[in-house]
Design a protein around this ligand. Structure first.
Ligand code: ACO
Ligand code: OAA
Length: 377
């Protein structure tokens, strides 16, 4: 290890961005200058997507136009639906959504159009189509036929409709929609950086998004929302929670849903997601819902008290998604449905003033040596 190297690029600023600002000193986050909490509670995910892509809040007519455009892009080709119908039912849903996005790219004859308008078209197209890829795959693994999109429904309502054939209570939709806004964008996180690296080679937007999905899958990044729910299931009951956490820490286990590379004293998005999770628990009002709420409170308090490490967004999002009825392996694809907005905004920003991303490395392998012919080895 060398003192001159910033391993994992920790603390390194690699480019400018005007999309979001992560402020660890105040545990806050803005998208294009708007506080994420305000967007989550006072706007909806469609308005947030508009802000991320266009820079300002839409007027009423701009928003109406944008909603129409998103709805008009919904719907998968018969070819893609038949590919989804052939996916391995045991495959991880992140692998299947990665494959579906890649398939969408090869269906688009303008995939290489990287003009600002071309990128914007494809960004809206992916926002509109990824939910159906996830929902159709969810139903396929249950042996059920896909349910097509409903133009009368919002982005979040339509997703529940395509998964379950019904739209739940408004509080559940609101909780889901808030999670979409909170997950949408977070500066140079690993998956966004992966997308920017791919875009910087002037590859196409679908390739950059496909790579970003691969980066998001890992449990140190987006995959943590699934890992959190596995942890809650392992803990089992609220009365086990404190002891479970103290033992896990003693055993030096990594506790999923805690810690963050940038925030060191709390993730800006957690209070809003926790409030939404609690509001949903109160509406659902079952023993199971209260159990996961209480358990997560105890785990959070114990971790902060014992290690001073705070929960990240995946911690409240995991159990919230579970109580909405989603299977655990679907949680990270839900993140994809949201982060497609941030990724594509970053791809456009990267291409606007592109410079190939190619850092240097510190070689630590053997000194130069000669190749001994095979007969002499
Ligand atoms: C939406 C998102 O992607 S948010 C991130 C989701 N990921 C997770 O929740 C996975 C669990 N968390 C982690 O693995 C880490 O906190 C990361 C990957 C998010 C950040 O990692 P880094 O910035 O590299 O932090 P780093 O690993 O250096 O941690 C610093 C110290 O805190 C400890 N620590 C950090 N997170 C955790 C954790 N979740 N559980 C236990 N200890 C932890 C580390 O062991 C380390 O201790 P040490 O100094 O005694 O070695
Ligand atoms: O910023 C990060 O490193 C991870 C994160 O919270 C996100 O991508 O939302």
């Amino acid at each position: 290890m060398s003192d001159d190297i910033k391993y994992g690029l920790a603390g390194v600023v690699t480019d400018d961005t005007a999309i979001s600002k992560v402020m660890p000193e105040t545990n806050s986050l803005t998208y294009r200058g708007y506080a994420v909490q305000d967007l989550a509670t006072q706007a909806d995910f469609e308005e947030t997507a508009y802000v991320i892509w266009n820079g300002d809040l839409p007027s009423a007519s701009e928003l109406e136009e944008f909603r129409k455009r998103e709805k008009s892009e919904r719907g998968l080709s018969d070819d893609l639906l038949s590919v989804i119908a052939r996916y391995n039912r045991d495959a991880h849903p992140m692998d299947t959504v990665r494959t579906s996005v890649s398939f969408l790219g090869q269906e688009d004859p303008t995939a290489d159009d990287s003009s600002p308008e071309g990128l914007y078209d494809k960004s809206i197209r992916m926002m509109a189509k990824i939910p159906e890829m996830v929902a159709a795959d969810y139903r396929h693994r249950k042996g059920e036929k896909p349910i097509g999109p409903d133009e009368g429904l919002s982005f979040s309502e339509n997703f529940f409709h395509m998964c379950f054939g019904e739209v739940p209570a408004p509080e559940v939709i609101k909780c889901f929609d808030i999670s979409m806004t909170l997950y949408a964008e977070h500066s140079f996180n690993a998956s966004t950086f992966a997308a920017r690296v791919i875009a910087s080679t002037t590859s196409d937007i679908y390739s950059a998004v496909t790579g970003a999905i691969g980066a998001l899958k890992g449990p140190l990044h987006g995959g943590a929302n699934e890992a959190v729910m596995h942890m809650l299931k392992e803990v089992g009951e609220p009365e086990n929670a404190r002891e479970w956490m103290l033992t896990a820490l003693k055993e030096k286990r990594k506790i999923m849903g805690f810690g963050h590379r940038v925030y060191r004293s709390g993730d800006s998005r957690v209070p809003t997601m926790t409030d939404a999770f609690k509001a949903m628990v109160d509406i659902i009002d079952t023993d199971e819902a209260r159990k996961y709420w209480e358990m997560s409170r105890i785990l959070d308090d114990t971790m902060v008290e014992a290690k001073g490490i705070y929960p990240n967004l995946d911690f409240p999002a995991g159990p919230a998604y579970y109580l909405m009825g989603f299977d655990i392996p679907m949680f990270t694809p839900l993140f994809v449905m949201s982060r497609i907005t941030g990724w594509t905004a970053h791809i456009a920003e990267q291409l606007d003033e592109n410079k190939l991303i190619r850092p240097l490395s510190n070689y630590t392998g053997p000194d130069e040596r000669s190749v001994t012919p095979i007969g002499e080895r």
